[in-house]
Design a protein. Structure first.
Length: 120
């Protein structure tokens, strides 16, 4: 049976979703472990240090490879810029929620999670 479908149109989005899901699971478990307070202050700083060392190591490996250097150079700017913008928006939203409690009503609009049924 032939479907005339390009497998790249199926595999690439599936791989992207799988990668994002695994990354979120790892971050979720690390966050749960940190917030459970089973680690002391030294343990949390050690965990942060390990994450930074691994990240810098991966950055160095990607920079040495000529195939990934261009993607690293051009792709990193947009990712870092979007993280800075997201951080700024988060700080502003946090401050506005502390000052004006009604701001939390806009969270549904900002997150795109409006209810599908009519509100009474």
């Amino acid at each position: 049976m032939k479907f005339s479908i390009n497998p790249d149109n199926i595999c690439a989005p599936f791989a992207a979703v799988a990668g994002d899901t695994v990354a979120l699971l790892i971050l979720n478990y690390i966050g749960t472990f940190v917030y459970s307070q089973t680690l002391g202050s030294i343990g949390i700083w050690s965990l942060i240090g390990i994450i930074l060392v691994v990240g810098i190591g991966c950055l160095c490996i990607a920079w040495k490879n000529s195939s990934t250097r261009e993607a690293l150079y051009h792709g990193s700017f947009s990712i870092i810029l979007s993280m800075i913008i997201g951080l700024g928006v988060g700080i502003l939203f946090h401050d506005s929620v502390e000052r004006y409690e009604s701001t939390t009503l806009y969270q549904l609009i900002l997150n795109g999670k409006l209810p599908l049924r009519k509100l009474k």
